[in-house]
Design a protein around this ligand. Structure first.
Ligand SMILES: [Zn+2]
Length: 91
């Protein structure tokens, strides 16, 4: 079945809308300003699980439990080391 040229924009819009919804759902957000945290950005995590971006951290009176870098959802799953041979060091 071939889609007509009139259906194509609606299909493109539906696919784009669905993919943006999936990306938004998997993205972390700052607990204070609600901004989507960017990949590579430092994020401050608190005891209650709340997150604060670098811009909002100064307004937070609590001490963060940990600080980490925002990674993609594929982080840790996208690269697989297959070569397990011992490394040779240069003299
Ligand atoms: Zn923020």
């Amino acid at each position: 079945m071939q889609a007509s040229s009139q259906d194509t924009p609606a299909l493109e819009f539906a696919l784009l809308h669905r993919s943006l919804g999936e990306i938004t759902a998997s993205t972390e957000h700052c607990g204070r300003c609600g901004r989507a945290l960017l990949i590579g950005e430092r994020v401050y995590e608190y005891e209650d699980g709340g997150l604060a971006c670098s811009l909002c951290r100064d307004r937070e009176r609590r001490t963060p439990a940990l600080t980490r870098t925002v990674h993609t959802a594929a982080s840790g799953h996208s690269i697989r080391v297959l070569d397990r041979r011992p490394r040779r060091h240069a003299p």
